[in-house]
Design a binder for this molecule. Sequence first.
Ligand code: HEM
Ligand SMILES: Nc1ncnc2c1ncn2[C@@H]1O[C@H](COP(=O)(O)OP(=O)(O)OP(=O)(O)O)[C@@H](O)[C@H]1O
Ligand SMILES: [Mg+2]
Length: 401
Amino acid sequence: MSIAIFDELKNYVGFDENDELRMKSLGPVVSPCLPEVVDRFYETILRHPGARVVFGDVAQVRRLRVSLLDWLQTLFCGRYDAEYYQKRSAIGRVHVRVGLPQHYMFGAMEIIWQSLKEIIYAADIANPREELASLHKLLSLELGIMLEAYKESYSEEIRRIERESMHERLTRAEHLAEIGQLAASLAHEIKNPLAGISGAIQVLRDGLARDDGRRSVLDEVLRHIARLDNTVKDLLVYARPKPVRVRECELNRVVERVLTLIRESPDAKRVVIEYIGDRHFPMIAADENLLEDVLLNLLQNAIHASPPGARVIITARVADGFAELAVEDFGHGMDEAVQRRAMEPFFTTKARGTGLGLSICQQIAAAHGGVLHIQSRPGAGTTVTLRVPSRGNQERDRVSP
Ligand code: HEM
Ligand SMILES: Nc1ncnc2c1ncn2[C@@H]1O[C@H](COP(=O)(O)OP(=O)(O)OP(=O)(O)O)[C@@H](O)[C@H]1O
Ligand SMILES: [Mg+2]
């Protein structure tokens, strides 16, 4: 902070050599009474719970009494120069460090002013009015310095925190990119041998007699391989997303196709899936395959979260320039912590989840210039909504990130 502000402040309140002289002559008069000022100051602020919290222990209060007494004594010493100013501006920084809210300063300075005023009235001074006017100016200066230093130190602190969090976010993004690459190469390495194993086992199974009990063992192995293959596919999609091909497409068709697909799965048979749409939706501009991927992922999550027999409701809407696809379930829902992290890649609460479902959905939403929105209440259920511009946007035909 520059001394120019101090000069400017002095100018502003009209603090000149006469004021300086008056303050110095007051010194010996008020000096014996200053400990009382300190007492009154602490009595008052310690009564306020909000102010009290900044004090660590009794030792700190004792230390501060000494500092404040020193502050009061030097208030009447002068010179009110650069050195004085530097010393005074350290106080604002200390107040930031101890987490003292700035608004307490005004009240605190008022207590000091009232106490000193009473002392000066009680002293044997012929006409105290001028003395009081000088003191008032000086206390305004003190408040100005303290607040200015507070503000500077506070914004420095904010900038430091911002720098730190930016650094953290960058490291995190780099980390995720690395995981993505690793995942992609790993997925490639796994995919081909997996296809070979699956083929070989099918040949073995088909070679067995129809009533051979080992057939069911091999079927089970094939199911496991299919699941592995799906996981690997998810990883690949996440690490190297498909390009977005925006075409005219029909929302009803997207839903119908996904329903045909998913109704076959045993998981889906545990719940009752309903579709609420409109037979006459206008055509929208989007990538049909990607919308299907989103709906499939959302349905899978909804089914996993639902108790047997529960309803899962798909809603489609085209209105006001947007197309919306929502999947609502009445399952276990998510608490706040899970909801906050649900779209993070690799975040999962499931023993066998990859944690990529929602993050892929979010990527697809973003690639369409839209958003994915989660609304959830623990124990009550969840609604996840995809919302994209119905006529595409400037980003159409763009390759997703
Ligand atoms: C006009 C009002 C005030 C003045 C003139 C003042 C003055 C001072 C001074 C001179 C210091 C020592 C700075 C240093 O170590 O360099 C200080 C520190 C401190 N002040 Fe104030 N203060 C004021 C208001 C307050 C208020 C209202 C609170 C609490 C509610 C408070 C709490 C503290 C604390 C906790 C410290 C740090 C003590 C330590 O750990 O050493 N101050 N203040
Ligand atoms: N409908 C839902 N109800 C309750 N929790 C959900 C729901 N959808 C997602 N979640 C929570 O969000 C987490 C992340 O979901 P996401 O689809 O990204 O991954 P996943 O389902 O765990 O794994 P994957 O989709 O890769 O199989 C889930 O593990 C679950 O905790
Ligand atoms: Mg999922």
